[in-house]
Design a protein around this ligand. Structure first.
Ligand code: SF4
Ligand code: SF4
Length: 481
């Protein structure tokens, strides 16, 4: 007779299932409604990617919002206290792999295992991926992982296969690959490729939470080994120290002795499984609450007019779900000029249309939202690094329609600016501060930094990056040149 699943495992599956369904509905709404942010805004790993930029200049890489930092903070707190609890209980992508793992079990009625030696090597891959992502994100200031991210590909499936294939070719291939692999090898992505899993694995070295085995009562049945989705050798460990443990408690609930042979411990103290779960949820909910109270975590994207009112509006804020009406109102560009710039016709694309629907309405096959950003930047005469461009591909001031004389005067005044040794440009400095420190005029500073002539002189540099399209590391590099 089939054994009844322990309540805590039923609950875990319900939580994971709800998260997966919730995320799927959310991604669907993002495609259909205005003001629902993309899946990128819910990815805690985005917080890690933008961390450097945020600390250095106070702004975020494109598509990443303060909420990502909140979610990252929650995961770090969780990781320190409960190891990879997030992976086992709160990750929708883990849930998706679980679904395919379940299908695999039903289909093949057996458990496959990657040969031990290969498995050991492959598990290092996630750390390599983590380091590579951090390095390249830091170098480029861009969300480098996005095109390769299977979760981002999953989150854009409601846009249709063609759209996903155009924007996330590699991510989509990886999504299919890992879902197929998960049918044979449980949680293949968590084990081998998840950079967030790698962060959690590093945090799990803090020995606060452990699964412990009581040797005298253990009957060496190996049931714990067989149910562990991360293939940990529980039956030979006195304390599970593996950074791979996702705190799922499958081993504990499967152990047949009923003598507390396997128990969860926090700070070496035996702790009831439900208590561990409550602590885990409380940490995550607490962080979300702080995010809500501080306004950092939002489940609706700020509108362009809201950003405009705050004075932080940037062409990079234009979303696929922004309408032409909204865009004209917030940026003050001329609608007819904008349509001309994009080569579209008002009769086919009404002003109330979302930008992402332009291609469909105007019959332009490969229309991308970024074209609207580029067009608005051009009409405003401000520099904008289009997505996927390198700095050398960015329009120079001469190529834009901005005050033709400004760039030339900036360059000529810059040539006489001397930077003394040891001078450090800080995000808290205004242009006036920098000019004073360098014994120069604000115009010389603006020229040296390649900033637009109309930039305020009395605002801290770090507050204007998103509006004027620069980052603090970029300015520092210009000073160093
Ligand atoms: S050791 Fe136990 S708690 Fe950790 S992943 Fe394996 S089954 Fe889950
Ligand atoms: S399931 Fe329990 S009794 Fe069996 S090997 Fe694991 S710890 Fe020992």
């Amino acid at each position: 007779m089939a054994q009844r699943m322990p309540k805590i495992q039923v609950f875990r599956r319900v939580v994971l299932g709800t998260l997966l369904v919730g995320l799927t509905v959310f991604t669907f709404l993002h495609q259909k409604l205005q003001g629902i942010p993309a899946i990128d805004a819910l990815d805690p790993f985005g917080g890690l990617e933008t961390l450097f930029k945020w600390l250095a200049g106070g702004d975020f890489i494109k598509k990443i919002e303060p909420g990502n930092i909140v979610l990252l903070g929650a995961i770090v707190a969780l990781g320190i206290v409960l190891s990879r609890f997030f992976c086992g209980w709160l990750c929708a992508f883990g849930a998706l792999q679980g679904v395919f793992g379940w299908i695999g079990k039903k289909l093949f009625k057996r458990r496959f295992e990657v040969p031990k030696k290969l498995d050991r090597v492959l598990r290092w891959m996630k750390y390599v991926i983590l380091v590579a992502i951090i390095y390249f994100t830091w170098k480029t200031g861009e969300l480098v992982i996005r095109p390769y991210d299977p979760l981002a590909a999953y989150g854009h499936l409601p846009a249709g296969l063609t759209a996903v294939w155009t924007e996330f070719k590699v991510g989509f291939i990886l999504l299919v690959l890992f879902m197929v692999l998960s049918m044979f090898y449980e949680r293949a992505f968590c084990k081998y490729a998840c950079p967030l899993g790698a962060v959690n694995a590093i945090l799990s070295r803090v020995p606060l939470f452990r699964i412990k085995r009581d040797k005298p009562t253990c009957i060496s049945c190996s049931k714990c080994d067989r149910v562990c989705p991360m293939n940990i050798d529980v039956s030979h460990a006195e304390s599970v120290k593996s950074p791979e443990c996702i705190s799922c408690f499958e081993c504990v609930t499967a152990c047949p002795t009923k003598k507390d042979t396997l128990v969860a411990t926090i700070g070496n103290k035996k702790t009831k499984l439900w208590t561990v779960v409550i602590i885990g949820f409380a940490i995550y909910a607490g962080a979300a609450l702080i995010g809500q109270v501080t306004g950092m975590l939002r489940f609706t994207a700020p509108s362009l007019s809201e950003l405009s009112d705050k004075g932080t509006l940037n062409v990079a804020d234009i979303k696929g779900s922004s309408t032409y009406e909204e865009l004209v109102g917030a940026f003050g560009v001329d609608l007819d000029q904008l349509y001309r710039e994009l080569g579209i016709d008002k009769t086919k694309v009404p002003t109330t249309s979302m930008i992402k629907d332009t291609g469909k309405l105007a019959g332009i096959e490969d229309f991308e939202t970024d074209q609207a950003r580029v067009a608005v930047a051009k009409l405003l005469g401000i520099p904008y690094e289009g997505e996927g461009t390198t700095p050398t591909e960015t329009a120079t001031p001469e190529e834009t329609t901005a005050e033709p004389g400004a760039a030339a005067s900036a360059v000529s005044s810059e040539s006489s600016l001397m930077i003394p040794e040891g001078f450090a440009l800080e995000g808290t400095m205004t242009i006036q501060d920098v000019a004073k420190a360098l014994n120069a005029t604000p115009q010389q500073v603006i020229g040296k930094l390649g900033l637009p002539q109309d930039i305020p002189l009395d605002k801290p540099l770090r507050e204007m990056g998103s509006l004027y399209g620069y980052t603090m590391p970029q300015l520092k590099e210009k000073i160093a040149q």
